[in-house]
Design a protein around this ligand. Structure first.
Ligand code: HEC
Length: 293
């Protein structure tokens, strides 16, 4: 009987607790987060800052005084090859933003900067930076401190430009470019020619003379289906005097099964298929040759 009451009371309490949590989920989450951040600050507060070597009293210069320390002692693990804690000391933007755990430099306040705590060994041997090799000397730490106290100036020119992956062209919506103006407008047949000619103009070059039609036919064929045209195809193209003979030839090649073979095959299959179709083509071309010759 008694055990029964304890049990019902427990169940009541639990469901009340559950209701409380459900109603205040957002508040609780906020408190939890605040607690996490407080940990980072609290650990800083417990550190014995009086153990830090004093900041250098002169004006420091990032390139002359600071970068050599970073490059000698830190780049190995926080540079181009490795980015421990997602931190890079060769890239201003990243270093000033901080590590995966948060900011590591507080400009103007070296004694509150995680970077200084770590190089001075304030957080114990396990967290000492650099994690390998020679420790930084008190003078070097003094320079780092002075640099931070003086505002952590870092000239753009002394930083690696880290590519923002979202700037890759693959993520950008295509935009129709402005068609460039050209001097020799007569040479232009369609707007793509404007781009070609504008670039040639820029390089101080003149367009090559137009190729003869048999050469054009061969280039088209090699380009689109990877095979030379048959003699009949060249003859048919030469005999076609219409203004859009070139476009028609392109259409024909695009509908050719060889077009799919050339562009659809995976890199490893393509050569094999090309050899096959090429030999078929060669025999066709040869029979054409005997027939006409
Ligand atoms: C041999 C490798 C190595 C070298 C060299 C090195 N580090 Fe690190 N560093 C690490 C590793 C590993 C971590 C990640 C530690 C972690 O997340 O617990 C780290 C993390 C850090 C962090 C982030 C700590 C945090 O809590 O946000 C700072 C700041 C840092 N290093 C500063 C430096 C500085 C300054 C130098 C040069 C004086 C340096 N490190 C050289 C390995 C190295």
């Amino acid at each position: 009987m008694r055990a029964e009451t304890v049990k019902t009371n427990l169940v009541k309490m639990l469901s009340a607790l559950r209701r409380l949590i459900r109603r205040n989920a957002r508040l609780l989450a906020r408190l939890l987060l605040a607690g996490l951040f407080a940990c980072r600050d609290a650990s800083a507060a417990e550190l014995d800052i009086s153990k830090l070597p004093p900041a250098a009293s002169r004006k420091v210069d990032f390139v002359k005084d600071i970068q050599p320390i970073l490059s000698k002692s830190c780049y190995e693990c926080h540079g181009e090859k490795k980015q421990e804690a997602m931190l890079r000391w060769d890239a201003k933007e990243i270093a000033l933003k901080g590590s995966e755990h948060g900011p590591v430099i507080v400009p103007g306040k070296s004694a509150q900067s995680v970077m200084i705590h770590l190089v001075a060994g304030l957080k114990g041997e396990d967290n000492l930076m650099p994690q390998k090799g020679e420790r930084l000397s008190p003078e070097q730490i003094g320079l780092l401190r002075a640099w931070i106290d003086q505002g952590a100036d870092w000239p753009e020119s002394a930083s690696v430009k880290v590519e923002d992956k979202r700037q890759h062209w693959g993520f950008k919506a295509p935009v129709r470019p402005r068609v460039p103006k050209v001097k020799n407008a007569k040479w232009v047949r369609n707007p793509i020619d404007n781009f070609v000619l504008a670039r040639l103009d820029k390089e101080g070059l003149k367009p090559s003379p137009e190729a003869d039609r048999a050469t054009l036919c061969r280039r088209l064929s090699l380009d689109l289906i990877g095979l030379p045209p048959t003699i009949e195809e060249v003859d048919a193209f030469l005999a076609d005097n219409s203004a859009n003979a070139h476009e028609k030839q392109v259409e024909r090649l695009l509908t050719s099964p060889h077009y799919g073979e050339r562009w659809g095959g995976s890199g490893s299959m393509r050569p094999a298929m090309q050899t096959q179709t090429a030999s078929r083509r060669t025999s066709r071309a040869l029979s054409g040759f005997t027939a006409t010759g």
